[in-house]
Design a protein around this ligand. Structure first.
Ligand SMILES: Cc1cc2nc3c(=O)[nH]c(=O)nc-3n(C[C@H](O)[C@H](O)[C@H](O)COP(=O)(O)O)c2cc1C
Length: 169
């Protein structure tokens, strides 16, 4: 797949086969996240890889949809604000950096035939408890990682004219 095919092809997968994710594919998607750009190259994120085996109850506490724990793996990304670049007006970029890293992972997964789905609507307190997160880590998003068992729907996007301004708003 070339890049434009890849971004057309990626979609939010909400049904997964139980088939395992090969170790080399897991390492490839993690490597894609590692190579992501971050503000001032601070790399203020951590990826947490969870096996879903015997973790159904814990994972449902984090996010209640049944498909969330259907894939063999779930990956969470946390930001570390204390390690992140901070703009002069005080804006901390850990959220942006963590999102870029997870998106690199997600695109690499799609390239390998693996499915993912961004999940931000999770229970933060449950995530902190289940993952044993230290105070300095901010859970930002999760995704299942596994082989898709559904099909993409149509891509519904606003037209470019609505999304792009040239020179002036
Ligand atoms: C930051 C972010 C958070 C999201 N959170 C959720 C979520 O909690 N649950 C869910 O089912 N989908 C979630 N999604 C998936 C979006 O609904 C989906 O990307 C969007 O509808 C476009 O569809 P597509 O990914 O199939 O192209 C999230 C996507 C992003 C980028």
């Amino acid at each position: 797949m070339d890049f434009s095919e890849l971004i057309q092809h990626r979609y939010s997968v909400r049904a997964y086969k139980p088939d395992p994710v090969e170790e080399d594919k897991l390492q490839q998607v993690l490597e894609a996240a590692r190579l992501a750009p971050t503000a001032a190259n601070r790399q203020p994120f951590r990826l947490i890889v969870l096996s879903t085996v015997n973790r159904q109850a814990d994972l449902r506490r984090i996010y209640h949809r049944s498909w969330f724990s259907q894939a063999p793996l779930v990956i969470g990304v946390c930001g570390i604000p204390g390690e992140a670049w901070v703009r002069r007006d005080g804006q901390n970029y850990h959220y942006v950096d963590a999102a870029i890293a997870l998106d690199h992972l997600i695109l690499a997964a799609a390239d390998l035939g693996l499915g993912t789905c961004w999940v931000a609507a999770f229970d933060v307190a449950a995530a902190r408890e289940v993952l044993g997160l230290p105070e300095e880590a901010v859970p930002i998003a999760f995704t299942p990682l596994g082989y898709p068992a559904d099909q993409p729907g149509p891509k519904e996007r606003k037209p470019l004219a609505e999304l792009v301004r040239y020179e002036h708003w």
